[in-house]
Design a binder for this molecule. Sequence first.
Ligand code: ADP
Length: 572
Amino acid sequence: MTAPCVLIVDDDAALLRALPQALHIRMPDVAVETCDSAPVALERIAATDYDAIVSDIKMPGMDGLALLERIRALRPETPTLLITGHGEQDLTIQALRAAAYDFIQKPIDRDYFIASLTRAIQVRQLRRQVEEQRRALERHAATLERTVEERTRELRAANAAKDEVIRARDAALAEARRATREQREARRQVEQLAAQLGEQAAQLDTIFEAMVDGVFVCDAEARIVRVNAHGAALIGLSVERVLQPLAEFAHTHAFSYLDGTPMPLDEFPLLRALRGETHTNLRLIIRQYETDQDVPVSVSSAPIRDQQGQINGAVAVVGDVTELYRLERQKDEFLSIASHELKTPLTSLKGLAQITHRRLVRAGSAEVPHVQKMERAIGRMETLVNDLLDISRIESGKLALRVEPADLKALCAQVIDEQVAATERRIVFEAPEGSVEVEVDVDRIGQVLTNLLSNALKYSPEDSPVALSLAQSDDEMVLAVRDEGPGIPPAEQSRIFERFYRSPAVQVRSGSGVGLGLGLYITREIVERHDGRLWLESVPDQGSTFYVALPLARATAGATIQDPRHATSSLC
Ligand code: ADP
């Protein structure tokens, strides 16, 4: 602690000297400063925090009481002792009212003065200590408050963090519970699916094995990976021995076409399916292993695709059609024999009818119309028998063409004349100027035109128009036979070219209803044999147009074109 310091203010120079000396003797630790006027004292007091101030009351200018008032304002804690003259009670009272610490009467009792000053200094120092302690306390309190605030903040933060942790833990727990539930549900579903799949696989296995047809499945590398017992039996091997690369079969148990020509490996249905092709009812022969027996089969094959549409295998269903094949042969034989046997008497009948007709005309007989009717009936029978004969020729590969140069326009006109004479219907003919030279079998193309025109007339109302047009494109002549008949439903449009197929949706509108459903089949065969094309455009209730496109020039003019297929047979 620094030494206490006292300021003595008095205009009395003698006292201003004496008092410090006295104090120095009696209170050697106390530093004493003096000044002789109140204004100077105030300056000092403003600069220094004295432990006590001693001031005379009576001073010129500002007196002690005024100084006291200023000190109270400036340094309220500094005890101020006022020196009064003897008997100046009222000043003393004023001094006390103005909160002077003590007053010292002149003449100054040194002991009293020292004692009072000592107390004043002690009071001041105590106050200072109290003040310091108060400040220290305040600081401490402030520190404490800050610490408490900080701790509170930390606690709050910790609490919030704990709450957050708890929330996160609860959420994680809930999530874990949900995930467990979902996992359990997923496992249940997977097990259920696995059970269903197992059942389905068992069902499929049963179906697979119970199928009357042989089923072959190969992978993307053309290796047979599955076959049922019937399939293995068809090629005369055990199931295990069939499971090998398809190429192995090319050497041993190859497929062949119906005419016996061996089928190249590339053409095997499973390999074609691996190239993306789908086929139904391909008629082939399988040579059985060991017995070397030929089995006619019908094969349908298709690619197997994964979810991205990539081909990762192929399947072929192979049915033994031995019985069907035998029946077909029988039927073909019957048709051939029947049509040949019918043809001869029919030709005689036709000849006789013509002679009779001429004779009756010459005799002016009224029976002429009856014979004409007979001739027409014989003509229709002849058409049917000719169709049957053509079918057996086509089936046995004996439909030969005699190609020669011909004027297609003249041929059209001739067929139109025949049809007009037979039906008394009108046929519109549109053709380019001049002749249209082609190289065709005139009889067969005449037959094509007759078939198409007679159909157009037969299936359209009597009063509706039928037209034949002839037009030339770059390298083809295109014939179009148009009618305004009932049209053909889209679903039937490809079927009407099949053998014996007659659309149930189409009724005969005029002329004879006789027909076997062979005309379009034969027509297509003839057109294709000429390297031509036959197609149809038809809208139900609006009519049909059949198109025939024939190549303009044929290198084989004058030659006979043999049927390229021998003994092939197909059920369409
Ligand atoms: P057919 O006329 O002897 O029955 P086709 O082979 O000539 O045999 O014709 C097959 C079937 O096609 C016919 O039965 C008929 O249902 C349908 N058809 C052919 N031509 C026409 C046509 N112009 N308009 C409507 N239907 C037709």
